[in-house]
Design a protein around this ligand. Structure first.
Ligand SMILES: Cc1cc2nc3c(=O)[nH]c(=O)nc-3n(C[C@H](O)[C@H](O)[C@H](O)COP(=O)(O)OP(=O)(O)OC[C@H]3O[C@@H](n4cnc5c(N)ncnc54)[C@H](O)[C@@H]3O)c2cc1C
Length: 349
């Protein structure tokens, strides 16, 4: 078995290679990727995923990558291949030499089996999937993506990594539905999440038709991490954020402090959540509270003076925008996160 670091390189034949490298460096700069070293013979990038070296001579761009995980190798190979294919004036054949990713599936993906579902409140279905080797998701992940065939009569066709490092996803009749959820509980072989019900949608179609043993694909982690537990936490969200807020609260150390407000459809949709004594947890009943009660009550909270504070919100798009604006009025942008979990009247993509 190969052990990290994983090293790969490609020598891509590209007309005007030095100009293409210069264009790539300038494009990356626009996206705040600044080289650690920029010499005529070699441009070096140190990234969260690993190191990337870019070299060129007259007709060849050489990309070398070094990473600590196969998942990061895959991310960086895709990144490099896509950018070169976009910028090269000619058709490009990219062949990677060195460590080959051991599976045809993206390394951040697992095929899972649907095990069971249970309605745990009038508005929430608890779903359990079975799989293997889920450790990589449990360490820092809060969320995952769930993929299943959009056409519920089709057998699933899963994405495949190509030899150039890019991934092809099934199209047409085999296109996959793709929705983000929050890990509620996870072990090495089972993962549980809560689906908040609504009249119609792709996730609803899936849960209404899935049978025990059916395959799904998950990828992750993604879409946000645990907020810092050493800050005073001002957090809130609607029912789609309940699973995330519950997981965050249940994982906080006993010393954590803050104030959390969660909105549910009604009293019966609340869930018992273990939380530190100095984190106040309140609920808003959407059915009976005045309109905008969740936001109004969150915005009325004043964090204790001279206490570093972190703001966290998730919910419907317009609410998330309003909370982002509120957080920005008194918190640095690194001390806040306000995310749209769903959009009212969105078309189903
Ligand atoms: C990081 C992240 C974590 C999330 N975690 C969870 C989670 O743990 N549990 C969860 O249930 N959702 C979660 N969501 C939201 C979830 O991804 C979407 O709500 C989901 O796509 C909606 O399901 P759908 O595919 O059936 O509806 P879609 O096909 O996306 O939408 C169909 C229609 O339903 C409406 N709709 C969608 N969601 C709702 C809703 N909740 N209430 C009312 N109307 C709605 C839309 O406006 C649209 O008109 C999360 C989202 C993100 C970004």
């Amino acid at each position: 078995m190969t052990v990290p670091p994983f090293k790969v390189r490609t020598d891509a034949k590209i007309a005007g290679a030095p100009a293409v490298v210069a264009k790539l460096v300038s494009h990356l700069k626009e996206h705040d990727f600044i080289p650690a070293q920029n010499e005529p013979s070699c441009v070096t990038y140190e990234t969260d995923f690993g190191t990337l070296w870019l070299k060129s001579n007259d007709d060849t761009v050489t990309v070398e990558l070094e990473t600590q995980t196969e998942a990061n190798q895959w991310i960086m190979q895709q990144f490099a291949a896509r950018h070169l294919q976009e910028l090269a004036p000619n058709d490009l054949k990219i062949v990677w030499q060195g460590h080959q990713i051991s599976s045809s599936l993206p390394p951040n993906a697992r095929i899972m089996r649907f095990l069971r579902q249970k309605k745990i409140s009038p508005t929430c279905i608890r779903i359990t999937l079975g799989g293997e080797d889920l450790q990589y998701l449990s360490e820092e992940g809060l969320h995952f993506r769930l993929f299943s065939p959009k056409n519920r009569t089709r057998a699933p066709v899963w994405p495949r990594i190509q030899t150039d490092g890019t991934t092809t996803w099934p199209q047409g009749e085999d296109e996959l539905s793709n929705r983000v959820f929050t890990i509620r509980y996870i072990s090495t072989d089972e993962m549980t999440f809560d689906l908040i019900t609504h009249p119609k949608g792709q996730a609803i179609d899936w849960i209404n038709t899935v049978k025990p043993g059916d395959e799904v694909l998950i990828t992750g982690p993604g879409g946000g991490y645990f907020p810092p537990s050493d800050k005073w936490l001002l957090m809130g969200g609607d029912e789609t954020a309940l699973p995330a807020l519950a997981r965050i609260l249940e994982n906080l150390p006993a010393t954590a402090t803050g104030h959390v407000i969660i909105e549910t459809a009604g009293h019966q949709s609340r869930q018992p959540i273990k939380h530190p004594a100095n984190v106040k947890l309140e609920w808003v009943d959407k059915d009976t509270a005045p309109q905008n009660a969740l936001l109004d009550r969150l915005c009325a909270i004043t964090p204790p003076q001279n206490t570093p504070t972190y703001g966290w919100f998730a919910g419907e798009f317009a609410q998330a925008q309003a909370m982002r604006k509120h957080f920005k009025s008194f918190l640095d942008k690194k001390q806040q996160l306000s995310v749209a979990y769903w959009t009212r009247n969105a078309s189903q993509k």
